[in-house]
Design a protein around this ligand. Structure first.
Ligand code: SF4
Length: 215
């Protein structure tokens, strides 16, 4: 097993404690020149990073992610926000749009089924459909969502409950900055890391999931 930050647990980089850090052969903080990291940030990145840090500190343990999302957008000067949502969370998208508008933001939204393109287009056979008994099913269109929202001038796009993989395509196609209000998890009430909290007890099955599922 290769050692990674996920196996470290010292949090030594958080305190800039070089004595506590693991060996340079495995520790990113020890083996990478800080300037290399700093050079990654252009002007816009620095502004985003600054406002993200200020938003974290200002609302720490008091503001919900919804409030932090609005605070971050406000600080960034983003006034037109795009919501890329899953049709299964249409009610939540409606509430989100109302809350954002109540706070002075202009809102665009695109549902995952926008375009009404049958799944056949991406090679899904009738047998592979969620409901094979149906003549057709409409595919999720995350590339279309992202491109539509950015074409409408959205300055920040908010992902609300997109499926695994569909979020990948959304982010890949979105030319505006993206933030995630919620991932999609139909089992864990859209709180995906609930599965991590249960991974060593009620959901211990996750440790052998690939083997059990794909052989
Ligand atoms: S950067 Fe170093 S100290 Fe920080 S988590 Fe990774 S291994 Fe640990």
């Amino acid at each position: 097993m290769n050692f990674t930050c996920a196996d470290c647990g010292t949090k030594a980089c958080e305190q800039r404690n070089y004595d506590k850090m693991p060996d340079a052969s495995v520790c990113i903080s020890k083996n990478t020149d800080q300037q290399w990291f700093k050079d990654l940030y252009d002007e816009e990145d620095l502004m985003i990073a600054h406002n993200a840090a200020v938003t974290e500190a200002a609302g720490y343990c008091r503001q919900t992610r919804l409030e932090e999302t609005m605070a971050f957008a406000y600080r960034m000067g983003y006034r037109k926000l795009g919501i890329g949502f899953c049709t299964g969370l249409s009610k939540e998208a409606s509430v989100l749009a109302r809350v954002l508008r109540d706070n002075g933001f202009e809102v665009e939204a695109a549902c995952c089924k926008c375009g009404s393109i049958p799944k056949e287009f991406v090679g899904v056979t009738r047998e592979e459909q969620l409901h094979p008994e149906r003549d057709f099913e409409i595919m999720c269109n995350p590339a279309g969502q992202a491109e539509y929202l950015t074409s409408r001038g959205c300055e920040l796009c908010i992902i609300l409950g997109l499926c695994v993989g569909h979020d990948t395509l959304f982010i890949r196609h979105c030319n505006a900055p993206v933030t995630v209000l919620s991932g999609k998890d139909r089992v864990m009430a859209h709180n995906p890391i609930g599965a991590l909290y249960q991974a060593d007890s009620y959901l211990s099955r996750v440790h052998t999931f690939i083997k059990d599922t794909f052989g």
